[in-house]
Design a protein around this ligand. Structure first.
Ligand code: KG4
Ligand code: ZN
Length: 341
C-alpha cells in the first residue's frame, strides 16, 4: 500500500494506492483562497498545505480503510513546483517514511501527469495492461509539454512552451475580459454559447514543424484587440464570441501539434492531462482529430486532470514494481526539475 502526497502548487492531495487501485484520492483545492489575488500566492499556498496536510491524509486513510502501519511505501512530488509548497509535502513524506521505516519515492510531477490518463473506471484502477506508446500533452496553468512516452517509465520531451503556459493564456485572456480567476473554466463555459469564427486570432507556431508552443503573443493580440474596441466585453454576446474565438485559437494549436507529433513518430495513441484538459473544446478537438487518423485517445478523467496524489502514487507503484531504487533520505526537493529531454 502506497501513501502519496502532492503539494507542488495549490492543491493539497493525499492518495492511497493498493495493487494499482486508487483506494482514496483526497484533494483540498486552494482556488478560493488565491482567487482574490488573481493567481497563486506561494507563501499562502505553503501555509495552506501545512494546515491541510494532516486532515487530508487522515481523510484519505479513513476512505481507504487503512491505518499508517499498513503503508508499505511513501511517495511525494519532489519537483518541479513552488519551492516552499514542495517542501511542505516532500518533507512530510520523508518524515513519515523515516518514522515508519518504509521506502520513500520522490516523484517528478510531470512524469506523474503522463500516467493519469491510464487511471480510470470504478473503482479507479491503473490500466497498464492496455498501455501503448503514446504522445502525451500536459497542459495546465504552469506547464505546456508534449512528450513521447515510448514505453512505461520511458519518455522523452518533444517540446514545450517558450513563454506562457496554455492555462496562463486562458487565465490572462479571461482577466482582460474582466472574468474571475481562474479564468479557464469560466471562459470555457461562455465560449460554449459563442461563435468560434466571430473573430480571427493568431495560431502561434501552428505552421512551425517543431514541437514547441508560444502563447504570449496570442494574449497580447487579445489585449490590442480589446483596446481597439472599448466596451466590447460589456456586450454579453460579443463577450461569448471573443471567448469562443480565443479558445478556438488555443485549442487548434494544442490539438493539431499533438496529433501531428503522433503521426510524425508513427505512434497511434494520444493522451492528455493537466487542468486545461478539462476544456470541453480541447477534448472535442482532440477526439475529432484522433478519430480522423484512427488514433486511440486517452484523456485523463476531469477529476484527475488537475493536480492530484493518485497519479503520484500510481507512478511510484510502477517504479517500485520495476525495481527502481527509492529516493535517499538526504535528498532535497527539486523545484526546477526538468523532464528528460
Ligand atoms: O493542473 P492545474 O489545476 O494546475 C496547475 O496549473 O498546475 O491547472 C489549472 C489551469 C488553470 O490555468 C485553469 O484556468 C485551467 O487549468 N483550466 C481550464 C479549464 N479548467 C481548468 N482551462 C480551460 N478550460 C477549462 N475548462
Ligand atoms: Zn500539474
Amino acid at each position: 500500500m502506497i501513501l502519496a502526497i502532492e503539494t507542488s502548487c495549490d492543491e493539497t492531495s493525499v492518495a492511497v494506492i493498493r495493487d494499482g487501485c486508487v483506494l482514496a484520492n483526497v484533494v483540498a483545492s486552494q482556488i478560493q483562497l488565491h482567487s482574490e489575488y488573481g493567481g497563486v500566492v506561494p507563501e499562502l499556498a505553503t501555509r495552506e498545505h501545512l494546515r491541510n496536510l494532516l486532515p487530508v491524509a487522515r481523510a484519505a486513510l479513513a476512505q481507504a480503510g487503512a491505518t499508517l502501519p499498513d503503508v508499505s511505501a511513501v511517495a511525494a512530488t519532489r519537483g518541479p513546483g513552488l519551492p516552499a509548497a514542495l517542501m511542505a509535502g516532500f518533507t512530510s513524506a520523508q518524515a513519515l517514511a523515516f518514522v515508519l521505516g518504509r521506502p520513500l519515492f520522490g516523484i517528478h510531477h510531470h512524469e506523474a501527469h503522463l500516467y493519469s490518463p491510464w487511471i480510470g473506471g470504478e473503482p479507479a484502477r491503473a490500466q497498464f495492461e492496455r498501455f501503448e506508446p503514446n504522445v502525451s500533452l500536459i497542459v495546465s496553468g504552469g506547464h505546456t509539454l508534449l512528450v513521447h512516452v515510448r514505453g512505461e517509465l520511458d519518455h522523452v520531451v518533444l517540446g514545450g512552451t517558450l513563454d506562457d503556459a496554455a492555462g496562463e493564456c486562458f487565465d490572462k485572456t479571461a482577466k482582460l475580459l474582466g472574468l474571475p480567476y481562474p479564468g479557464g473554466p469560466v471562459l470555457d463555459r461562455l465560449a460554449g454559447q459563442g461563435n468560434p469564427e466571430a473573430f480571427d486570432f493568431p495560431r502561434p507556431m501552428l505552421a512551425d514543424d517543431g514541437h514547441d508552443f508560444s502563447f504570449s503573443g496570442l494574449k497580447t493580440s487579445v489585449r490590442y484587440f480589446l483596446e481597439k474596441r472599448p466596451g466590447l466585453a460589456d456586450d454579453p454576446q460579443a463577450l461569448r464570441d471573443v471567448c469562443a474565438s480565443v479558445q478556438a485559437a488555443i485549442v487548434e494549436v494544442l490539438a493539431a501539434k499533438t496529433v501531428r507529433a503522433a503521426k510524425w513518430l508513427g505512434v497511434r495513441c494520444v493522451t492528455a492531462s493537466g487542468g486545461v484538459t478539462c476544456n470541453s473544446a480541447l477534448r472535442r478537438e482532440l477526439a475529432a482529430r484522433c478519430s480522423k487518423r484512427g488514433f486511440d485517445l486517452r484523456l485523463a478523467d476531469p477529476a484527475l486532470c488537475t493536480d492530484n496524489a493518485a497519479m503520484v502514487g500510481i507512478l511510484a507503484e510502477r517504479k517500485l514494481r520495476a525495481g527502481h531504487l527509492p529516493t535517499a533520505f538526504d535528498q532535497e526537493i527539486k523545484p526546477g526539475w526538468a523532464l528528460a529531454a
